[in-house]
Design a protein around this ligand. Sequence first.
Ligand code: ADP
Length: 452
Amino acid sequence: MIGRWITLAACAAAGGGLGWWAGAREGLAWGLLLGAVSWQLLDSLHSRRLMKWLRSEQSNETPLLMAGAQPRLPGVWGEVADRVRRLLKNRHQQYSDSQGRLDELLAALQASPNGVVLLDDEGRIEWCNQTAAQHFGFDAKRDIQQHVANLVRQPAFNAYMSAANFSNDVLIPGSSSTPARPMKLSVHVHRYGKGRKLLLSRDITALEQAEAMRRDFVANVSHEIRTPLTVVAGFIETLQNLPLKKPDRDRYLALMAQQSQRMQTLVEDLLTLSRLEGSPLPGASEWSKTATLFVQCEQEARALSGVLAPQGHQLVFEPGPDCEIAGIQREIASALSNLVTNAVRYTPEKGLIRVSWALLADGRGKFSVQDSGPGIAPEHLPRLTERFYRVDRSRSRESGGTGLGLAIVKHVAQRHGAELQITSQLGQGSCFAMVFPPARVRALQLQLHPSA
Ligand code: ADP
């Protein structure tokens, strides 16, 4: 401030000196006035330059310079300009920092696997991520500022929003839900700020399906166990209350043994399934000889055929080239045994069952079981490996089936990277094949014939 007074005094003195020299006392007064007016003019020129610079867009970046050699505005205006520039620069830095943080936050919300929608106090969409756009069918740009209730036209959702009780979530179908491919969303609203709302959506389709499968599974297991249990309980009561003759007693005991065997087989299959689901994937260090697997299968098939078909079946075993399969022998044997015993159980007596092993040209190994049984209608084929899915319920039960055999086969195949191929035609028989990948198959010919 003192600087301003000094420059004013210097201008006035210069003007006064000049006036004195020109016209003594009168000249001094005019000179002083002229000096003060020129100082004022110069000062307002500087302030105008400062204002112009402040209005310009680079005011926070480039310093205000004087035209010519002088680097900056002189005196107090220069200091004002410097301070304003520093202030603006800080503000700009703060703004870009917070903009960066906001962008990062939005990117994090964008990456969220859940749908996120920010609603204003009127329930209008302020922002939503891509997942929410997919869940509700929003257009993340066009639908901004639209009322959410106008876009999500689900009665359950509208009732939830109008009740404004957000302690629980609401379940609604997703925008792309169809009867063939249902999609279920769990939507939860949380309040924040002044009347604003955060709407979160989660795709729970897989969860719902798993829950439905679990319920079906428990219902099926209970049903499968209840039937033989009721039979056994009935016979026990009869044996306890009636004085039966020995042949009747023996017949009842045989039936009880049959039912308890049925329960035992079911429990064994359930345990096999749970072991398959719970154990680590088989490595490639354990090798099983196809010849050994074939011997096991043949023994089982002949024994079962003898029990189920008094006149037997035509059983043909073609073990093919001697090979080894990498994987857990117990699992592979159980899968092959399920396929062979199914063929025996569903093929009428005297029917043809051909079990074969072949090395394919691409190095894969194919184990197939072909039968001349009743065949399976095409609509059943995709569901055969579901647990407890049966085409012929009574034939399955009569022959001791649990409805879990093909589910076990599918699991074993998946765990060993093998493909389960099913081809069948009604009245023409079926073919079930497990095709093992080349990495799990090796031929033994060189070891067996070292001279070759
Ligand atoms: P199950 O214990 O009832 O045989 P699976 O899971 O082994 O259960 O088989 C599922 C269903 O597939 C069977 O109930 C049967 O209807 C059908 N099926 C399986 N193998 C054959 C086959 N070789 N011929 C005809 N139908 C078959």
